[in-house]
Write a protein that binds this ligand. Structure first.
Ligand code: UD1
Ligand code: CA
Length: 463
């Protein structure tokens, strides 16, 4: 295969989004818009990639962590032709074909791009465009044909009423031979309604040079749908979500209510897992087999092994949960939490950087922060690991088979050995050796008839 280069257009503001964030950073399926197009292009293993940035350039660059592409700054957004021309230095000495993608057309598939390139090469064209026939072509550039042959493209804003009737549109995705492309771009003028340099004008330029212009029509118009407004973004999110949900159901996952199940592209789910309503699986979340997620769960980069049960309403972030664990209802597992097999985390329990051994339980109203707990220990209701003194964070270590009584505070740094017994409502400040009981010496006092006396007194003072 000949050398292929890629240019992704991502400099525009996206005025119609009415946003302070550049359009291409708005997320679809959890991923910034322009990364969808970029990833499709990367599948073709191009030798050079240039991403044109302008509006919010720094933020756009930060959204991509690789270093396998060139960022090209387009200072002023003078139009799509001008944007491509900015990449000229990146393609110095490059004689292959250049694929041009719009950062706001996210669902484009690598197979379609391959077919577009094949078509381009088969026809020995100077430029080949991706086109579509739409029921509602509004907003797109229309393909004007002259005796079946493509003659030029006219933008919606420049189109006559008659031209607006044309249903064949320009998808904004092109392949062009580099030796044709850059000289042609220099010839594009801004004599149009928007005073912009239009990339589609290279079509008419190619024809005027006696060169071939080819096109490929997409089968599924959704692939070439561009995002210009929030409404379009929401619609595409919905349709992408439906597609993802169908994929997981086809692979043996039960979604009780697919309309309120939000699975990002990076998440995976094992067979016979049952997912209740209002569940969000974000980032690189991995769910094992036969898990149960009751509902209202928000998971980001979480890893669940098999047969984990997430009861109603839990938030899990960057944590790992081993087989058979039961979490919630109303539990919060924060980053660095790693739970062993059959661990139980109950209501109103928060864990952060907490490693719990197999069979350990913390069932009620507890904060476990910066702590390692062995196996088969029981953390009573209201236990707090005091890991922070306002200056620094400290770690706690709790052994196997430890019983921590309710309402205890463990002041870190601290180590409790194996088989330790912490009496109810103990503030533990020092290490406790294996097998010891620890309690605070506080005398319990009792005053008979106190309540009655108190009430009489209060009555007496009332005016
Ligand atoms: C463009 C096409 C139109 C096509 C449609 C398909 C032009 C003039 N028109 O219209 O024929 O039907 O796409 O979706 O190309 N951009 C830059 N720099 C600029 C201007 C735009 O990088 O100076 C980027 C934008 O960020 C965006 C892409 O180019 O990612 C397309 O620009 P946009 O303004 O959305 O073009 P459309 O009006 O949709
Ligand atoms: Ca657009």
């Amino acid at each position: 295969m000949n050398d292929i280069g890629v240019i992704v257009l991502a400099a525009g503001q996206g005025t119609r989004m009415k946003s302070d964030i550049p359009k291409v950073l708005h997320r679809l399926g959890g991923t910034p818009l322009f990364l969808h197009a970029l990833r499709a292009a990367q599948q073709l293993e191009p030798s050079r990639i240039a991403v044109i940035v302008g509006h919010g350039a720094v933020a756009v660059q930060q959204a991509y962590s690789g270093d396998d592409l060139s960022w090209v700054i387009q200072e002023k957004q003078l139009g799509t032709a001008h944007a491509v021309l900015c990449a000229k230095p990146t393609f110095l000495g490059f004689t292959g074909d250049i694929l041009i993608l719009s950062g706001d057309v996210p669902l484009i598939h690598e197979n379609t791009l391959k077919r577009l390139i094949d078509q381009h090469r088969g026809q020995q064209a100077a430029v080949t465009l991706l086109t579509a026939k739409l029921e509602d072509p509004k907003g797109y550039g229309r393909i004007v044909r002259d005796k079946q042959q493509i003659a030029r493209i006219v933008e919606e804003k420049d189109a006559s009423d008659l031209q607006k009737q044309i249903r064949e549109v320009n998808a904004g995705i092109y392949v062009a031979a580099a030796p044709f492309l850059f000289p042609a771009l220099s010839r594009v003028s801004d004599q149009n309604r928007q005073r912009e340099y239009y990339l589609p004008d290279i079509v008419a330029i190619a024809l005027s040079e006696g060169q071939t212009v080819a096109n490929l029509q997409v089968d599924d118009a959704r692939e070439m749908t561009g995002i210009n407004t929030r409404e379009e973004l929401a619609r595409m999110e919905k349709s992408l979500q439906e597609e993802i949900n169908r994929k997981w159901m086809a692979q043996g996952v039960t979604l009780k209510d697919p309309t309120t199940t939000y699975i990002e592209q990076g998440a995976t789910i094992g067979k016979d897992t049952v997912i209740g309503p209002n569940t969000h699986l974000c980032g690189t979340t991995v769910i094992g087999e036969r898990c149960r997620i009751d509902g209202s769960a928000y998971l980001t980069d979480a890893q669940l092994d098999d047969e984990v049960h997430l009861r109603f309403s839990v938030v899990l972030t960057s944590c790992r949960v081993a087989n058979g664990a039961i979490i919630g209802p109303f539990a919060h597992l924060r980053p660095g939490t790693d739970l062993g097999r059959n661990v139980h985390i109950g209501n109103f329990v928060e864990a952060k950087e907490a490693r719990l051994g197999d069979g350990t339980k913390a069932n009620h109203l507890t904060y476990l922060g910066d702590v390692t707990i062995g196996r088969d220990s029981n953390i009573g209701a209201g236990t707090i690991t005091c890991n922070y003194d306002g200056f620094q964070k400290y770690k706690s270590k709790i052994g196997d088979r430890v019983q921590v009584g309710s309402d205890s505070t463990l002041v870190a740094p601290i180590t409790l050995g194996d088989d330790v017994y912490v009496a109810t409502a103990t503030t533990v400040r020092h290490d406790v050796p294996d097998g010891a009981l620890v309690f605070n010496d506080r005398q319990e006092r009792l005053r008979e008839g106190w309540t009655e006396q108190k009430r009489m007194k209060m009555k007496g003072t009332k005016k």
